[in-house]
Design a protein around this ligand. Structure first.
Ligand code: NAD
Length: 485
């Protein structure tokens, strides 16, 4: 049986206690690997290695060499593309067609974009008069923050982990990563890449394990200087509490309950196409995905019929089948949670336009964690599936009449991550975008990303912005030096 190990101080190792946990293929429920379970010994060793790296070869590396190394990491991911593709698809259940276009290329791009950011970053300088008629000169320089704990989720494992590791390392920090227990493989595979391109030992460390055990130990460790976390809002709250001890910085990319607003003057084809993507891509397991759709009354029936037609065409299938559009959910636990929401929607009076249950899958897929793409209408705005993040392939479609009304409906949530607006009237699009409380607004599109832009959520969706130079605010300390002249 394949083993997934920790990567600590440049070495692949098992746990001292020799404990492992099981990792399953979500499409078939077959055991695919045994994953090392990290406890105190492994967390301590990884943090110590990361700390030592800061004063060793890694910490002393010249900026240009570090930037070149970031490019080498990206190039090596590209060279090992097929290994990453297979590992990511097997852990998550997602079709190759998705991982090939999103997860793996973005995993590589996340190193290049932050290498470029570091190359271009300027220091600040100010001149001013002093009270005694002389002058002062101030300059501010950035230094790495130290040892960064990276705690990442399972929905886009390599992409979201490197979204943090890329800028953290480009800025000169060392990292200790704890990936999700259900998608451990590509994080360890990245350790092979680091070794291959000669990243000094201790700069990149991985401790595999469960959130309640390994994650807790890592966030509580006194030598962790800052924590960057992507995951559920409730976990984010716990991590924020852990950060208060020692007054450590925290970046939180959390859950969402993202609205799509479809005005009667939209391009119908575009709105249906993009909303199908935003609701059902990656089996609805995208933090930026839409779960609430608001459609203006004049086109409500037509839009619902077309969304149903479009979603009905999605082909559920195994990872390596190139015609698969949608995979299973990531784990049996998550499948059960999503199916509970499906039941609740019906119990609260939803009209099930599409799906609502478990599809019949054949062959070795029959034991996988499959659920049907699902569309509901008819629920009040207070209904559970309109309020809570389901994180499955589903959406509720509500009707609205006026712009003012839909802005209120869209903002009536504890989250504020992303939203989409469909209208051909650009003045209206800008007017509505300015009033929506979300960190990201897409107009007539979805998931179009320029990695230099600020990424993050308002309200319960997180704290801080990452992306381009915004990531530097978190991954570096700014030091001001004042000289009297
Ligand atoms: P999760 O919070 O359950 O787990 C995320 C990570 O935290 C995992 O590695 C887990 O092991 C770890 N963890 C859990 N409990 C912990 C603890 N007490 N201490 C330390 N670590 C702990 O989230 P998930 O189910 O893996 O991911 C899905 C969630 O992530 C959804 O809510 C989704 O919206 C959110 N998400 C947000 C973004 C974003 O950019 N805002 C991106 C992707 C996913």
């Amino acid at each position: 049986m394949k083993k997934v190990q920790h990567y600590i101080n440049g070495q692949f190792i098992d746990s001292v206690s020799n404990e492992f946990f099981d990792n399953y293929n979500p499409a078939t429920n077959e055991l695919i690997s045994k994953v090392a379970l990290g406890r105190e010994d492994e967390v301590n060793a990884a943090v110590q290695a990361a700390k030592n790296a800061l004063t060793g070869e890694w910490g002393q590396m010249k900026l240009n060499d570090r930037i070149a190394m970031m490019y080498e990491i990206a190039n090596e991911i590209d060279r090992r593309f097929d290994d990453f593709l297979e590992a990511e698809a097997l852990d998550t259940g997602k079709p190759y067609s998705i991982a090939r276009h999103i997860d793996i290329p973005r995993g590589a791009a996340n190193f290049k974009v932050f290498a470029d950011t570091m190359k271009a970053v300027a220091d600040e300088a100010y001149q001013a008069n002093t009270p005694d008629g002389k002058k002062m000169f101030n300059y501010s320089v950035r230094k790495p923050k130290g040892v960064i704990a990276v705690i990442s989720p399972w929905n886009l494992p390599l992409l979201l982990m490197t979204w943090k590791v890329g800028p953290a390392m480009a800025c000169g920090n060392s990292v200790v990563v704890k990936p999700s227990q259900v998608t451990p493989t590509t994080t360890s595979l990245l350790g092979e890449v680091m070794s291959k391109v000669g990243v000094p030992a201790g700069a990149y460390n991985v401790v595999q394990g469960k959130g309640s055990i390994t994650g807790n130990l890592l966030t509580a460790h006194k030598d962790i200087d800052a924590i960057t976390f992507t995951g559920e809002t409730v976990t984010g709250e716990m991590i924020m509490k852990a950060c208060s001890v020692g007054v450590r910085d925290v970046s939180l990319e959390l859950g969402g309950k993202n609205p799509a607003i479809v005005f009667a003057d939209c391009d119908m084809q575009k709105a249906v196409f993009e909303t199908t993507r935003s609701c059902f891509s990656n089996s609805g397991q995208v933090c930026l995905g839409t779960e609430r759709v608001y459609v203006q009354r004049e086109i409500f029936d037509e839009f619902v019929a077309k969304l149903k037609e479009s979603a009905s065409k999605l082909k559920l299938g195994i990872q390596h089948d190139e015609s698969s559009d949608m995979g299973p959910l990531v784990s049996a636990t998550h499948r059960d949670k999503v199916l509970e929401y499906y039941k609740k929607a019906e119990a609260e009076g939803a009209n099930v336009v599409l799906g609502g249950g478990v599809p019949k899958m054949s062959g070795n897929m029959k034991d996988g964690y499959w659920v049907e793409p699902t569309i509901w209408t008819g629920l009040p705005e207070t209904a559970t599936v309109v309020k809570e993040e389901v994180f499955g392939p589903c959406c509720h479609v509500s009707v609205f009449d006026t712009e003012e009304e839909v802005i209120k409906m869209a903002n009536d949530t504890k989250y504020g991550l992303a939203s989409t607006i469909f209208t051909e009237n650009l003045t209206k699009a800008h007017r509505v975008a300015s009033q929506i409380d979300s960190g990201i607004v897409w107009i007539n599109s979805w998931f179009l990303r320029d990695l230099r832009t600020p990424f993050g959520g308002m309200k319960g969706s997180g704290i801080g912005r990452e992306g381009g130079h915004h990531s530097l605010e978190f991954y570096t300390e700014l030091k001001n030096v004042c000289i009297k002249m």
